[in-house]
Design a protein around this ligand. Structure first.
Ligand code: URA
Length: 343
């Protein structure tokens, strides 16, 4: 008898076969290849686009044209290995002249998508653009209202974000697409690309990037550390500043997302600045991270997927566990601040 994994593999394969021979709507008549989608059975992150374009139709693979290049860059920036995610579309055949898919075409194709999600059982679904969002969660939903929220399809979290093709027309959307994929990586604890940053390289463009985080001090003057599951590294909660956010807002949001705790910021602690070359983007990053001293005011300690442990530690333990020298400096300043009477 087939085990549950074999059954899921079989379900994915029979769905792909059914897609390749599908004649349920008019789109089949113009296709070179149907594009069922691709990715491993154990993908934690499941991406849904709109429809195959010319290159996808020619090759049978999703997101291999110009929108695919934008998607690849965004995945690399979020440190997600493309080969670790499942990528598919709302409709599996190319609409003529790249028009948007019609509602009867979407209806005919939707069962394939739902079956793929059921077979893969991802930890998070990312809808790219409003067609994917509305196909999954209903036609009344506007991308502008839903983006930035975590919605649900059954018990699977859904992150709505922009379609990579929208980024082609409006480059200002690119940081948001990347940030949303970073969030997906955290939610899905997707396999991270083991890409090594290196020392800044001469002649490469430099891009400024800002993050913000906190040294959270709890009962008994202990500081909260997180261990990243993928790299086995202890660190402080922190993350990228989203467009329109203040450093303070980012620190509070990142602590809540990564640890489950709501915190109040007590004072700024330290600003760390460093530069490195990032091979996937081909750029030098000039990164600033602002750290605040904070105390918990609610929530429940529950590290986000992507972290396998959260621990309240003494100064000595923090110095022993922390990986980055910069983090140790932040913790040293946090303990100085705790000891000073002006808190
Ligand atoms: N746009 C999509 O929505 N899907 C693809 O596969 C390629 C471009």
């Amino acid at each position: 008898m087939a085990g549950p994994d074999e059954e899921r593999v079989a379900l994915l394969e029979t769905t792909a076969e059914a897609v390749r021979s599908c004649t349920l709507c008019r789109l089949h008549s113009g296709r070179i290849h149907a594009v069922p989608g691709e990715g491993p059975l154990d993908a934690n992150v499941f991406l849904i686009g709109e429809a195959p374009g010319r290159e996808e139709d020619a090759t049978g693979a999703p997101f291999v044209g110009s929108a695919g290049k934008i998607l690849d860059k965004a995945l690399a920036a979020a440190r997600i290995l493309r080969s670790s995610v499942f990528i598919t579309n709302v409709v599996k055949c190319r609409p003529p002249a790249n028009r948007g898919p019609r509602s009867d075409e979407i209806e005919s194709c939707r069962p394939y998508l739902v079956t793929q999600i059921a077979a893969v059982r991802p930890k998070v679904v990312v809808t790219l653009g409003s067609t994917a969002l509305r196909t999954l969660l209903g036609t009344g939903i506007e991308l502008k209202d839903a983006r930035g929220k975590t919605l649900g399809f059954g018990d699977v979290p859904v992150l709505p974000t922009y379609h990579p093709a929208a980024v082609l027309y409006n480059r200002r959307l690119e940081p948001t697409l990347r940030n949303d994929l970073r969030k997906a990586a955290k939610l899905g604890a997707a396999k991270r690309a083991r890409i090594r940053s290196g020392p800044p390289r001469k002649g490469k463009p430099t891009q400024a990037t800002a993050s913000s985080g906190a040294a959270v001090v709890g009962p008994g003057d202990r500081i909260l550390l997180l261990r990243r599951a993928d790299e086995d590294i202890w660190c402080l909660p922190k993350g990228t500043v989203e467009p329109g956010e203040s450093l303070e807002e980012t620190a509070v949001r990142e602590v809540r997302e990564e640890t489950g705790l709501r915190v109040r910021l007590l004072q700024p602690l330290h600003k760390v600045r460093y530069s490195f070359f990032w091979p996937p983007g081909g750029v030098n990053y000039d990164k600033t991270v602002a750290y605040f001293l904070a105390e918990p005011i609610g929530g429940r300690l529950e590290p986000e997927p992507g972290f396998d442990e959260a621990r309240w530690v003494t100064r000595e333990e923090a110095m022993r566990l922390l990986h980055w020298k910069n983090d140790k400096e932040v913790v040293a300043r946090a303990f100085e601040a705790i000891r000073s009477p002006r808190r």
